[in-house]
Design a protein around this ligand. Structure first.
Ligand SMILES: [Cu+2]
Length: 166
C-alpha cells in the first residue's frame, strides 16, 4: 500500500519534470514564415528570410545558420551607403538579438540569412532545410520554402522599399 503511494509520487514527479524540460526548451521560441527567393543557378548568392517570436521568457540570440544548400551562410543586415545606395554586411557582433517577448523579422530590405555560393538553383516550391543555432534554445531545424521574388530586383542592386531607412 505504502509502496504504491511512493510509486505514484515518483510518477507524478517524473511527469512534472518532463513538463518543465519541454517548457524551457525550444518550444516557446517560434520560428515562422521561413522562405527564400527563387534564383537561377547563375546567381551565386541567395537570401533567406524568417520571423522569430521569443516567448521563452529569456533573451535569445540567433548565433548562426547553416544549410547544405550554401557553401557559406552568414547573418546579414542591409545598411545605407553613401549616395542612397543600399549595401549589406554581416550583423554587428555576428548575432541577432531576440529580446524576451519580442518578435524579430528577417525580411526583404532588412536582416537576412545570406546564402553564399549556392549549391543548386532555388526554384519556386523547393524546400530547403536550415539549421538555426540559438544561444539558449540550441539548434532548431526549419524548412525554407522558395517563393517567387516579390520585388524582382536583387538585394545587391539596392532598390529598397520606402521605410527601409532609419
Ligand atoms: Cu546579404
Amino acid at each position: 500500500m505504502k509502496q504504491a503511494l511512493v510509486l505514484f509520487f515518483l510518477l507524478v514527479m517524473l511527469f512534472a519534470a518532463g513538463c518543465t524540460a519541454s517548457g524551457d526548451g525550444s518550444g516557446e521560441l517560434v520560428v515562422d514564415n521561413v522562405w527564400g527567393r527563387s534564383s537561377p543557378m547563375v546567381a551565386q548568392n541567395g537570401a533567406f528570410y524568417l520571423t522569430i517570436s521569443n516567448d521563452s521568457g529569456e533573451d535569445e540570440q540567433l548565433l548562426s545558420a547553416d544549410t547544405d544548400a550554401c557553401g557559406t551562410v552568414e547573418l546579414h543586415e542591409m545598411y545605407m551607403k553613401e549616395n542612397d545606395v543600399m549595401g549589406m554586411r554581416p550583423v554587428p557582433g555576428g548575432s541577432i538579438a531576440i529580446p524576451s517577448g519580442e518578435t524579430v523579422e528577417l525580411k526583404v530590405g532588412g536582416m537576412h540569412v545570406m546564402c553564399i555560393d549556392k549549391q543548386a538553383a532555388f526554384e519556386v516550391g523547393d524546400t530547403i532545410p536550415i539549421i538555426l543555432s540559438f544561444s539558449n534554445a540550441g539548434e532548431i531545424e526549419v524548412t525554407a520554402e522558395i517563393r517567387e521574388s516579390e520585388m524582382g530586383g536583387m538585394e545587391m542592386e539596392g532598390k529598397m522599399e520606402e521605410g527601409g531607412s532609419r
